[in-house]
Design a protein. Structure first.
Length: 372
């Protein structure tokens, strides 16, 4: 919860044809939590106060100073800082006058790190005389309005049978205990750390809820099967000898290329063979980032071989781990599209000459405008 909004008021003098002047920040309680410093060679600090002096601004022009001053939070409870002031004067960050520092778009300082603030003065709007502007500092008391409810917890996981033959189905059941409030949760069935199926279940607060998955074991081997990381070892064996049986195996996997661009699909091709003496079926599972994203059911006669292709495109740049039937295929890298280069020419403007004027930085400052 954000609390303790403090303000520092400063004076902004806008004048015409005044020889020299500067306005500085008066001490305030908030100065113990933030520090202001000059970041311009034209700025000065006197008696712990920052001063900024604009001299001879052009009339009817816009003057910008990208590095007017810096602000640094020295209290870890400072949550955000913004400035509000007079017409024609705005404060911005990142050297971009369009990126204004306002209540809706404040500075969010990291303790001990300085943020550079720029100043833009539009003499079309800035009036003569004395105005005031304010630095607002909002603190975070590190206390939430209310604590987050406890999510459901997985109490135990059971597997109907841990020793089966190829083609048999097991049932995996998880028991969840509701937390402080009723809520929904995602439950994932995993096989060798790959999420092969998911269900969304609603668990009432303080009550138990069971969720079950069925899984047909298509290939011999030893597997870690469970829910949300809590697993049991399941051993799958071939049927007893003498009985006709399929023997469906993946004999090869090929990734067409290790690098692509957003929206351009990659291809993973699996070669499946039935080395048994009976027709068989097997579901191939293609996973990305530990989650099954596509499946393909294959039926093969004895001695038959077939290639099965999976295609996948990615919207965002990054590295994605691929797996087929729980075995790593490789990693594909998605690289961002190159930016289109553009060349522009900027014409001189009336404000160009005002960008290099002498400045003495302060949280208050004087602006002098030269009559046209």
């Amino acid at each position: 919860m954000n609390v303790n909004l403090s303000v520092i008021c400063a004076v902004l003098a806008l004048a015409l044809a005044v020889p020299t002047a500067a306005v500085s920040l008066e001490p305030a309680d908030t100065t113990s939590s933030i520090e202001l410093d000059a970041s311009s060679p034209y700025a000065t600090i006197e008696n712990g106060q920052i001063e900024l002096d604009f001299e001879r601004l052009n009339a009817d022009a816009v003057t910008t100073v990208d590095e007017a001053f810096t602000v640094r939070a020295i209290d870890e409870d400072v949550d955000r800082i913004w400035l509000s002031g007079t017409d024609g004067v705005t404060f911005y960050r990142n050297g971009d006058p369009r990126d204004e520092v306002t209540a809706r778009s404040p500075l969010e300082p990291a303790t001990g790190h300085s943020i550079t603030v720029g100043v833009s003065i539009d003499t079309h709007e800035a009036g003569e005389g004395t105005e005031s502007f304010t630095i607002h500092v909002r603190y975070d008391d590190n206390e939430d309005d209310e604590t987050d409810p406890d999510p459901p917890t997985l109490e135990r996981v059971t597997v109907s049978d841990t020793e089966v033959t190829v083609g048999e189905t097991i049932t995996v059941t998880g028991i969840y205990r509701g937390g402080s409030q009723s809520m929904a949760t995602m439950v994932g069935l995993t096989v060798d750390d790959i999420v092969v199926s998911q269900k969304r279940v609603f668990v009432f607060g303080g009550e138990n809820r069971s969720v079950s998955f069925e899984r047909t074991m298509d290939a011999p081997g030893t597997y870690e099967v469970g829910i949300d990381g809590r697993t049991h070892t399941v051993t799958v064996t071939e049927p007893a000898s003498g009985e006709p049986a399929p023997n469906m195996t993946v004999t090869g996997v090929d990734l067409d290329r290790p690098e692509t661009t957003p929206g351009e699909p990659i291809s993973v091709t699996a070669t499946v063979e039935n080395a048994g003496n009976a027709t068989g079926e097997r579901t191939l599972e293609f996973a990305v980032g530990g989650f099954v994203v596509e499946t393909e059911r294959v039926e093969l006669a004895p001695g038959e071989t077939r290639q099965v292709e999976f295609e996948r495109s990615f919207a965002d740049p990054g590295r994605y781990a691929l797996a087929l039937e729980g075995e790593e295929v490789g990693t594909v890298t998605v690289v961002g599209l190159p930016a289109i280069a553009a060349v522009t020419a900027a014409l001189p403007s009336r404000s160009t000459a005002a960008l290099a004027l002498p400045v003495t930085l302060g949280v208050g400052f004087v602006v002098r405008r030269r009559r046209a």
